[in-house]
Design a protein around this ligand. Sequence first.
Ligand SMILES: [Zn+2]
Length: 245
Amino acid sequence: MWPSRSEEAIGPKAAAGADRWHHGRGMKGIATLALTAVLSVTGATTHAAPQRTGIARLTVPQRQAVKAAGEWHRGCPVWLSQLRVVSYRYHGFDKQTHVGQIVVNMDVARPVARVFAKLYRMRFPIRDGAFSSVYGPHPWKSGDVTASFECRNAGASPCSSSTTTHHWSNHAFGEAIDLDPRENPYVGCGMTRDKTAISYLKRSRHRPGMVTSAVRRAFASIGWGWGGSWVGSTKDYMHFSINGH
Ligand SMILES: [Zn+2]
């Protein structure tokens, strides 16, 4: 029986292009085009790199950017007013300190901030945590974006014959985080055709950005579970969530 907000349930497309599917980039492209004009006006404030850490409501330009990116629309299970932007310090792969911004549910904003503070202290590298890399006019440019909120359904399990589900992903509640997707790929029913992902499937060979037991403990300290520990051959190594699904 699938739990109602399971992300174990992921569609066959995922096996062919896990990362692409996982982030639902197709829809984003169309919506982004339509609202490029809005973004060009608000871009200066939306995409300016933040300097300080903390928790805040979305600014008007940020709300516009999230909607323009196709990540929020009427019918989503949370209102934009229920979301928060957590600005956090992180170590980049360039060994410099950056400030990233992640959009999460207001109910988990403080715990999530604590987790990112731990990741910073343990010098866990994050490739890209920029707000604009998730919701900007050219989302996912780096192909390795750490993010949370995305209003979408969970897909069906690639191990079963069904292709759709009608329940929300934890990402649609802002209660799941994908950490360094390149280094921590999604593997549907043991399959992926993504060459980069294949090189990261051997989890015993550690490289920077791969989820470690210390990272798992940081998320476990707020009660969150890891997609890399799912039973069976579907693993989502990038994925942490409030209920483990
Ligand atoms: Zn995820």
